[in-house]
Design a protein around this ligand. Structure first.
Ligand SMILES: NC(=O)c1ccc[n+]([C@@H]2O[C@H](COP(=O)([O-])OP(=O)(O)OC[C@H]3O[C@@H](n4cnc5c(N)ncnc54)[C@H](OP(=O)(O)O)[C@@H]3O)[C@@H](O)[C@H]2O)c1
Length: 323
């Protein structure tokens, strides 16, 4: 495993981190299997784990706490998120700090997450939604800074709404935050335009999330893909999205070299960008952990392939099903 510095914190973070949403709530999750997958990742050098209170109302956070306690000799970095008080994803322009992250609520949820984790402190606290206009009402920062001074959290981050990379650039430039979490993958290259240059200039860490576009970039989707009732993916891969997603993945397929899977092409593509501190694929099986972590040693894509893959940029706008 290769490591990169996590922005101004200078934590040495594994290039392949671990996204823990699926194991908190997607259908088919099994806690015993998830813990085996998590431990397998630690054994191969993964040291960054992204969870959220909302991932199973604490279920995923509890798995992370168990993992940390099972590895007392290893420095594992814990990142979690406070859900917006109004529980509405994605955020909308008219939402205020009082609607989503009032100070007393921030404090309450940091304590709730610490309780779920069963740890005295956590490394990175993130807002699970974000509006750049909240910079004008910095009560949220005062609350988080107070918690940092108490030693309960070490760094502050935001998670930017899907396909709104622009809606975080001012936060980066404000100097108030240490990390941004943003969708960045072969399709969604918009963060390269404004967000990443700002992150590099202000030494803000970048967590690249949803590297497989929720599954499209594993190459495993077909026009007949369906998930069990209650699985979140049924609401994202609505017919209108599934069709174009499959078309875009199939257009990419001829570029996948024989010795690589499309998933590996997707992860290695992201490694090419120096602004990225870590990638957090969602993964619940040791097979996926092994395949994904191997990408770090394989390294970024060679220049000629990278140039071809870049042409598959697909700019999208938030819509009613994109969440
Ligand atoms: N608003 C937010 O802040 C927000 C929103 C979305 C995601 N996130 C974070 O980002 C993380 C990643 O996003 P995501 O999990 O939604 O989507 P993703 O990483 O794009 O895709 C996850 C899917 O890819 C599959 N997969 C993983 N490795 C694979 C491989 N090598 N071959 C084939 N399939 C593979 C997973 O299967 P298995 O699960 O069965 O292994 C899962 O179905 C989340 O877990 C979460 O931590 C944050």
């Amino acid at each position: 495993m290769q490591y990169r510095l996590f922005g101004r914190t200078e934590w040495p973070i594994s290039e392949i981190g671990f996204g823990m949403w699926g194991m908190g709530g997607w259908t088919g999750s099994d806690d015993a299997e998830s813990l085996v997958a998590l431990q397998r990742s630690v054994d191969q050098g993964c040291n960054f784990f992204d969870t959220a209170w909302a991932y199973g109302d604490g279920r995923s956070e509890k798995l992370l706490g168990a993992l940390v306690r099972a590895n007392p000799g290893k420095r594992l970095y814990t990142a979690t998120k406070i859900p917006p008080k109004n529980r509405i994803w994605p955020s909308r322009r008219e939402f205020t700090v009082d609607d989503c992250f009032p100070p007393d609520y921030i404090e309450e949820y940091v304590h709730r997450s610490l309780e779920n984790l069963g740890l005295p402190s956590l490394d990175l606290i993130q807002f699970h939604t974000w509006e750049d206009q909240w910079l004008a009402d910095d009560r949220w920062f005062a609350a988080l800074d107070g918690l940092r001074r108490q030693g309960l959290i070490r760094a502050i981050g935001i998670s930017i709404n899907r396909w709104e990379a622009w809606n975080g650039v001012y936060a980066v430039k404000s100097g108030l935050i240490d990390a941004v979490q943003v969708i960045y993958n072969i399709f969604e290259q918009v963060p390269e335009d404004e967000l990443f240059p700002a992150c590099e200039k202000y030494e803000v860490a970048v967590i690249a999330r949803v590297p497989f576009d929720e599954g499209t970039l594993t190459g495993g989707l077909t026009l007949n893909s369906r998930w069990p009732e209650g699985d979140w993916r049924n609401t994202y891969f609505v017919p209108e999205n599934l069709k174009v997603s499959v078309e875009h993945a199939e257009a990419l397929r001829p570029l996948v070299p024989a010795e690589m899977s499309m998933s590996q092409l997707a992860l290695r593509f992201i490694l090419n960008h120096p602004a990225v501190s870590t990638i957090i694929p969602g993964m619940r099986t040791t097979k996926h952990v092994d395949e994904n972590i191997a990408c770090s040693e394989a390294g970024p894509l060679p220049d000629d392939l990278y140039a071809e893959v870049r042409k598959h940029r697909w700019d999208r706008q938030p819509t009613k099903w994109s969440q």
